[in-house]
Design a protein around this ligand. Sequence first.
Ligand code: NAD
Length: 417
Amino acid sequence: MASGTTNPWHMALEQFNNAVQYLELDPGIIDFIRLPKRELTVNFPVKMDDGSVNVYTGYRVHHNTVRGPTKGGIRYHQDVTLDEVRALAMWMTWKCSLVNIPYGGAKGGIIVDPRLLSMSELENMTRRFTSEISLFIGPDSDIPAPDVGTNPQTMAWLMDTYSMHAGYTVNAVVTGKPVPIGGSLGRADATGVGVMFAARQAMQKLGMPLEGSRVVVQGFGNVGSVSARSMHEIGSRVTAVSDVYGGIYNEDGLDIPALMEHVRKSGKVTDYPKGEEISNADLLTIPCDVLIPAALENQIHQDNVGRIDTKLIVEGANGPTTPEADRMLRERGIVAVPDILANAGGVTVSYFEWVQGLQSFFWSEKEIFERLERIMTTAFEDCWSMAERKNVDMRTAASILAIARVAEATELRGIYP
Ligand code: NAD
């Protein structure tokens, strides 16, 4: 376990406290927008395939509802905690604000290793959890989406369960659904493509060539694999990737589409034949030009940051860098594009999916990626200029912009009653 600040909620608070110093806000408003608005913990039974009953604990946290309904993924992972869900919900508030979509932040999770459950057990658990949190979610109030350990199938079960309770089909209660039941074209790739847009902008600003630049990606799930493929498509050389089982390295560049096909069949990157196996710890310290953490929190910390050998970090994952590591990266002149900017492509296309679902009018993939590119580019440019204006790093700049918008909305709405 890394030393230093590893509790995600403490990390999120430290980042918030750092950014609000640059804003002239009423202390009461600061207190209000810092804390989660409401938190739900549920303990619920699930019938397993062998007839036994397992009890699971899950959470749904609404961080802030001032700019609109709340939005945020649902995570299935054995290490989920309430503090982690709180942090992820707060980061969602800033992310939605930064790309200027009319949502507040939320997050949910269940303490479970989904790899240990059969499909029918996963379905039973998802449906019961949906039922348990149904008071919290809804197409106008709180709209879940996939995160670590969940996928479009999970969202289909969630949508179906909610609809069974309502008595009619409520597509817009969830995003990241399969396309045949109201999902958006492009949603599955949106986060990874958005990571590439952010990386590309940053590389241009730093005068780095896209062609041939060495890219290392940690995590090869939804975000990591599509980030790697998108970087490969713009001509960069993806030299190493990893998943929970370990990593694979090839100095000449990995054939990412072939590796994705391999992972579809074998379930892991490590036994891919055209590369040498490396550990996850070593992957992060391989010399490269762009490092994309796309797995979990706390991967770049004070114990390994000194050995990180890159020019640019683009955070596909939420919270991969601890505050201590962040300070050390800054001292070493390594630019970090923060999570709330770099991985905002997912929630942006989730917003497109929600809008399309509410209107029952669907857009082409071309329209979706053009709009996504516009939004990501604008947000990146806004953060870059704020960083220059205030002489701060990109994380602080992104947080200043995001918090300022939430504070402005709070002041405009006023304090009820
Ligand atoms: P996922 O479950 O699809 O994939 C996670 C990947 O990380 C898997 O390849 C897994 O094997 C790997 N992994 C897990 N632990 C690891 C470790 N210790 N070392 C290396 N690899 C490890 O999840 P995802 O949806 O790709 O999410 C990844 C990150 O991106 C999370 O931080 C998530 O919150 C964030 N994110 C996801 C989305 C989205 O649209 N799915 C949007 C924004 C941010």
